[in-house]
Design a protein around this ligand. Structure first.
Ligand code: PMP
Length: 402
């Protein structure tokens, strides 16, 4: 069995009668069997966590803690308590915007980029409305990469936080994180990385990246929906106020006084997504066993095949860097004269699953002077037949629609 066949055999999706050519992995990936089984096992015999002394509750609490430890290993976190479970990347990014936001003064600056997904853009616009921070925005190069050369000019003494994507969900470009972290350190600013797209392409080393926060969603890395992670450097989390409040996140509460639990509990008010976190733990555990060098090679070969195929269509304009270095297999393109929704519709009828539109990144499309794009995003279980089906479907779409 080839590696791709071995991988596919582990996904219930590929056991279905007619799985489509699934190329919408940047929106959500398929779930791994281990994640599904772990979640079902937890739900079949469950108790709430952190509450009761009976055996079932202790088992739940233990499994939830084990899931946290697995995520910490996946990220190479310095401590398990640096991992906060949230409902997803969006919730993690909002958590930082609210909690760090509460510590900022009017006139303090937050730097983002024009490549951000709305979930790392809108929370900062709202913070600006609420507290008068100044929002600065790193521009894009013509090929959609973030112009990190502008860091020198845009990271001022008032910069308190740089919130930036690790990889764009539109262009596939991977950010030069080292340049961002170096610029932030010069002025004592924090760095938040939106890792939503990165995590399905292999384990991440937060210590090597050198940022202070890392956000991602489970459903984009072969785990269940409904859960995500905010990793935060322990010393940074410890000095932040909570975002959501309620049960499980307090120290002492009375009418007169209130104290908070230490992280991560401080940031996990209410009953957490226990089964989903356990499913995510199983997914990342599996991810850590994979031969990533081989997978990256296969992904790059497929990406090259797709880019070369798209280049043969004169009507196609690529949104994103054409070179393969520092890039993930996420490919967005315009088809001259045809709306992306129509391209996706025709391809959908041919069992090729793509996404079209502005991909929750309107500022990026405005910066690149584009009204929207069709996106193909590849994951470790995709093969040449998937890419070829896209290219053949596109040829048909051009015949039908132009
Ligand atoms: N950031 C990026 C770069 C994304 O691609 C996405 C999902 N499309 C998100 C954040 C938000 O993730 P979620 O919807 O899972 O919260």
């Amino acid at each position: 069995m080839s590696l791709i066949e071995q991988l596919r055999a582990q996904f219930p999706f590929y056991a279905a009668a007619n799985p489509c050519h699934y190329l919408d992995n940047a929106a959500t990936s398929q779930i791994h069997q281990q994640a599904l089984a772990a979640m079902a096992g937890q739900e079949a015999s469950r108790a709430n966590v952190h509450r009761s002394p009976y055996r079932l509750a202790e088992a739940s609490t233990h499994a939830y803690g084990e899931a946290r430890a697995r995520v910490a290993r996946f990220l190479n976190a310095a401590a398990n308590d640096e991992v906060v479970f949230t409902s997803g990347a969006t919730a993690a990014l909002n958590l930082v915007a609210y909690s760090v936001g509460e510590t900022l003064q009017a006139g303090d600056e937050v730097l983002i980029s024009a490549a951000e997904h709305h979930s790392n853009f809108v929370p900062w616009l709202r913070l600006r409305e609420r507290s008068g921070i100044r929002l600065r925005v790193l521009p894009l190069l013509p090929d959609g990469r973030i112009a990190t050369a502008s860091l020198a000019e845009l990271v001022t003494e008032r910069c308190r936080l740089i919130a930036i994507t690790h990889c764009s969900n539109v262009t596939g470009a991977v950010t030069d994180v080292a340049a961002v972290v170096a610029a932030a350190r010069k002025v004592g600013a924090l760095v938040l990385l939106d890792g939503a797209q990165q995590v399905q392409h292999g384990p991440v080393d937060v210590q090597m990246l050198g940022a202070d926060f890392y956000a991602f969603s489970s459903h984009k890395c072969f785990g269940p929906t409904g859960v995500g992670v905010l990793w935060g450097r322990q010393a940074v989390l410890e000095r932040l106020p909570p975002f959501m409040t309620g049960g499980g996140m307090v120290g002492e509460v009375s009418l007169e006084s209130l104290s908070f639990a230490a992280p991560p509990a401080r940031f996990e008010a209410g009953t957490p997504p226990v089964a989903q976190a356990i499913g995510l733990g199983a997914a990342v555990d599996w991810l850590m066993t994979l031969p990533w060098a081989e997978i990256h090679q296969a992904e790059s070969a497929l990406l090259a095949r797709l880019l070369a195929g798209l280049a043969t269509f004169p009507a196609v304009r690529l949104i994103g860097p054409a070179d393969l270095a520092r890039r993930l297999p996420i490919v967005s393109f315009e088809v001259r004269g045809i709306h992306p929704h129509d391209v996706c519709q025709v391809l959908g009828e041919r069992q090729v699953a793509l996404r079209g539109g502005n991909h929750c990144a309107q500022p990026l499309f405005a910066a690149l002077n584009s009204a929207g794009a069709t996106r193909a995003s590849l994951a470790l279980y995709n093969d040449a037949a998937d890419v070829d089906a896209l290219l053949a479907g596109l040829e048909d779409a051009l015949k039908v629609l132009s």
